[in-house]
Ligand binder design. Structure first.
Ligand code: ATP
Length: 355
């Protein structure tokens, strides 16, 4: 069990900065996601926590102890890789037992712990089989077994499901999460898949170009994106961005969009006239005949119980996710209303949300 505190963590490779001044806390027992596009520094952050890479500056505390400069072997962290390199000449039991055997753990204890792990993973029936004939999922379970048998303080997982097809991936994701809930060990999980992060994580760090853009629960991040990057990266179809010139005072609960007042959550800061972006998720757009903010229906996409309607407005294209029973004909002009509490207002220059 472990709490992991990351403080001002930075990693440079020559003149390139892969991770800049990152700070966040991973609570004991949390399933914690490092999320972001390819190259944003997720793997480098994970490797620094595991001790496979030393930080250029900053601190990593595990249960209050500064381990920043300690080698991986002294951190008691297990790394689960995407490529599960099982030992092909050993059976399942020996593969799982390997870390204990190499630590010199007594034979009886090894047997007990391997069988306990096999029970948790529901692979007891495979223990004496070779690994060659195993299905992908079973190989994955054996690899996990080998990681958990050591009872490390924490698990680091780098896109462990990356190589699987969509259906199987979903199944393994559920299994991993259930396993975590049974064991309660702190887990740090790297993914570029926002849906996976939202579904599995207790907390998420969203990274971009080596910078932590936001840190919070999936709901926080979805409902209150701190930056335009996060707003755009999370959610499918993506959040709509209406670009306009505007101003408001602290305490205002509406803004003017093309001469139409739009209700917003209470704005905390003041903004002189400047380029702004109004962010609204497709499911928070309603089409009504009488709303004064107007748009023209361009296309509709049927998704079963809902449909995605694409509209053009004076401030850009807007997608609305509405019940499929609602008739929207391409070419017609309709009113758009937005759920006030779900709107975000961003400064177009800095990309930051006004809170
Ligand atoms: P991906 O999902 O593609 O692995 P990532 O978010 O995990 O992306 P990192 O692997 O952490 O990103 O890499 C961040 C940046 O640092 C990338 O531009 C990468 O090329 C660079 N980088 C990583 N390791 C090294 C290294 N050993 N030497 C030089 N540059 C590196």
């Amino acid at each position: 069990m472990a709490e992991i505190v990351i403080r001002n963590l930075r990693k440079e490779f020559g003149s390139f900065t892969a991770v800049q001044q990152s700070s966040f806390t991973i609570a004991d027992g949390e399933f914690f996601m490092l999320l972001g596009p390819s190259g944003c520094g997720k793997t480098t952050t994970l490797r620094m926590i595991a001790g496979l890479e030393l930080p250029t500056s900053g601190e990593i505390l595990i249960d209050g102890e500064d381990v920043s400069q300690k080698p991986a072997s002294q951190r008691d962290i297990a790394m689960v890789f995407q490529m599960f390199a099982l030992y092909p000449h050993m059976n399942v039991r020996k593969n799982i037992a390997y870390p204990l055997v190499s630590q010199g753990v007594a034979k009886d204890e090894v047997k007990r712990r391997v069988e306990e792990v096999a029970r948790i993973l529901r692979i007891e029936h495979l223990l004496d089989k070779g690994v060659g004939g195993l299905s992908g999922g079973d190989r994955q379970r054996v690899a996990l077994g080998r990681a958990i048998v050591r009872r490390p303080k924490a698990f680091m997982m780098d896109e462990p499901l990356g190589a699987l097809d969509a259906e199987f991936r979903e199944l393994m994701a559920e299994e991993l999460r259930a396993l975590h809930d049974r064991m309660g060990a702190t887990t740090v999980y790297v993914t570029h898949d926002q849906l996976e992060a939202m579904q599995m994580g207790d907390k998420i760090v969203v990274m971009n170009h080596g910078v932590v853009e936001q840190f919070g629960t999936p709901q926080d991040i979805y409902d209150h994106p701190a930056t335009l990057f996060v707003a755009d990266f999370i959610g499918s179809p993506a959040m709509n961005f209406l670009r306009f010139e505007g101003a408001f005072r602290a305490g205002d609960t509406s803004i003017m969009l093309g001469g139409v007042p739009i209700e917003t959550p209470e704005l905390q800061a003041e903004a002189a006239p400047r380029p702004l972006v109004l962010g609204v998720r497709p499911e928070h757009v309603t089409l009504t005949d009488d709303a004064p903010y107007r748009g023209r229906v361009e296309a509709t996409e049927y998704l079963g119980t809902t449909q995605i309607v694409t509209l053009s407005t004076a401030h850009g294209s807007v997608k609305a996710r509405i019940p499929s029973g609602h008739v929207a004909r391409p070419g017609e002009t309709v009113g758009l209303s937005f759920t006030a509490r779900s709107l975000s207002v961003f400064d177009a220059a800095t990309g930051r949300a006004f809170r």
